[in-house]
Write a protein that binds this ligand. Structure first.
Ligand SMILES: Nc1nc2c(c(=O)[nH]1)N[C@H]1C(S)=C(S)[C@@H](COP(=O)(O)O)O[C@H]1N2
Ligand SMILES: [Mo]
Length: 331
C-alpha cells in the first residue's frame, strides 16, 4: 500500500510494511558489499583497488568520500554490475559509437580546469568552478538501476548529490519551467565530435519538477572514486527512471528555460525518441520491444532476460510526477 507523505509530496511505502527482518537483510547486504569493496570511501584496501583502463592504460582515480544515501528508493539491493563492466561497456558518442570506444579513447578529454555555466532564467547567470559546485551538496552514494534504451541494464553505485541542491542554490526565476543540460563538445579532444553523427553538443533536458526530484543525481563519482572519463567525468547527470541517454555526461552548461528544449535524440529521430523517455515496458521503441532487458554480466549462453519495470522500478517514487499524463503520447 502507498501513502502520500505531505513533507515532500512523494509517495513512500508505509514504514510499518518494512519488517525488522527486511531491515536486517538490508544492513547485512550493505555490510557484505562493504567488505566486497563496493561501498564508499574510508574503507581499508583502497590502495589495492584495481583501476580500469582509460585509453588502454590503467589509471588510478582519486577516492571520493561519500555517505550511503538514506533517501527512499536510492539503494537498490540488486547485485552490482562489476566496476570493469561499468567502465568498459559505455555509450559516449563523442568518443565513438562502439561500446568499447569510450574506455579506449576518452583519455584525451581534458577535465581540469572545468567550469559549469549556469544561464537563462536564473537570478544571476554565472560561470562556476567545478570545485565550488562540488561543495554545494553532501556527497552521497546511491545504488541505481540504469536502463539503456538499447535493451541492456546495469546496477551502479554512483556518488553525488541531488540536482535540487544546485537548483536551489542558483535561484531560478518563476518563469523557468525546464532545465537544459549542455555537454562538452570539443573536436580537438573528442574524435566523435569531428564526425556528424548527431548535432553537437549533446543536449538533454528535464521538466523542472523532474530536475528537482530528489532521485535526480548530479554525479561526480562511482564505485567510491571520481568518475572515469568514459563515464562522463568530471560531472554528469543520472536520472534512474529514464532511459540512459537522459543522463548527459561531461556537463558544461545548465540553462533554465521556459519552453521544452529540443533535446539531441528527439531532434535526431523524433519518431523514435521523445522528450520524456521514461522507462516504460508497455511502450515499444518503433523498432523493438522495451518489455525486457539484458543485465550486463548476466549474459552468457542462456542470454537470460529480465522483465523491464515501469519507471525502471522507481514507480513508487516518481509516478506522481506524471499523474494524468498520457505516457504513450508523451513517450
Ligand atoms: N554526452 C553524452 N552523454 C551520454 C551519452 C552520450 O553519447 N554523450 N550516452 C548516453 C547513454 S545512451 C547512456 S546508456 C549512458 C551510459 O552511461 P555509462 O556509460 O556511464 O553507463 O550515458 C548517456 N549520456
Ligand atoms: Mo543508452
Amino acid at each position: 500500500m502507498l501513502i502520500r507523505n505531505n513533507d515532500d509530496g512523494m509517495i513512500h511505502p508505509l514504514s510499518s510494511e518494512i519488517t525488522s527482518k527486511e531491515a536486517y537483510a538490508t544492513r547485512r547486504e550493505l555490510l557484505r558489499r562493504w567488505s566486497a569493496g563496493a561501498a564508499a570511501a574510508g574503507m581499508a584496501g583502497w590502495g589495492q583497488r584495481e583501476a580500469f583502463a582509460q585509453g588502454g592504460a590503467a589509471v588510478k582515480l582519486a577516492a571520493l568520500p561519500a555517505n550511503q544515501s538514506t533517501l527512499q528508493g536510492a539503494m537498490t539491493l540488486e547485485k552490482l554490475t562489476t566496476q570493469k563492466d561499468a567502465t568498459t561497456y559505455n555509450n559516449f558518442y563523442e568518443f565513438g559509437t562502439d561500446k568499447s570506444d569510450p574506455a579506449r579513447l576518452a583519455h584525451t578529454l581534458k577535465t581540469t580546469p572545468w567550469s559549469i555555466e549556469v544561464e537563462g532564467l536564473v537570478k544571476k547567470p554565472t560561470r562556476f568552478n567545478l570545485e565550488d559546485v562540488m561543495k554545494w551538496g553532501a556527497m552521497q552514494e546511491r545504488i541505481y538501476r540504469m536502463r539503456c534504451v538499447e535493451g541492456w541494464s546495469m546496477v551502479i553505485p554512483w556518488i553525488g548529490y541531488s540536482m535540487s541542491d544546485l537548483i536551489k542554490r542558483v535561484e531560478p526565476l518563476p518563469s523557468a519551467k525546464f532545465v537544459e543540460f549542455v555537454t562538452q563538445a570539443d573536436p580537438q579532444t573528442m574524435p566523435g565530435v569531428r564526425g556528424g553523427f548527431i548535432d553537437w553538443p549533446y543536449v538533454e533536458g528535464l521538466r523542472m519538477d523532474e530536475a528537482m526530484h530528489p532521485l535526480t543525481l548530479l554525479t561526480f563519482g562511482m564505485y567510491g572514486e571520481i568518475l572515469p572519463k568514459q563515464n562522463g567525468a568530471p560531472v554528469r547527470l543520472v536520472v534512474p527512471w529514464k532511459y540512459g541517454f537522459k543522463s548527459g555526461k561531461s556537463i558544461v552548461k545548465i540553462r533554465f528555460v521556459e519552453k521544452m528544449p529540443l533535446v539531441s535524440w528527439a531532434k535526431a529521430a523524433p519518431q523514435e525518441y521523445g522528450f520524456y523517455s521514461n522507462v516504460n515496458p508497455s511502450v515499444d521503441h518503433p523498432r523493438w520491444s522495451q518489455a525486457s532487458e539484458r543485465r550486463i554480466g548476466e549474459g552468457g549462453l542462456l542470454d537470460k532476460k529480465r522483465k523491464t519495470l515501469m519507471f525502471n522500478g522507481y514507480e513508487a517514487q516518481v509516478a506522481s510526477l506524471y499523474a494524468g499524463m498520457d505516457l504513450v503520447k508523451n513517450f
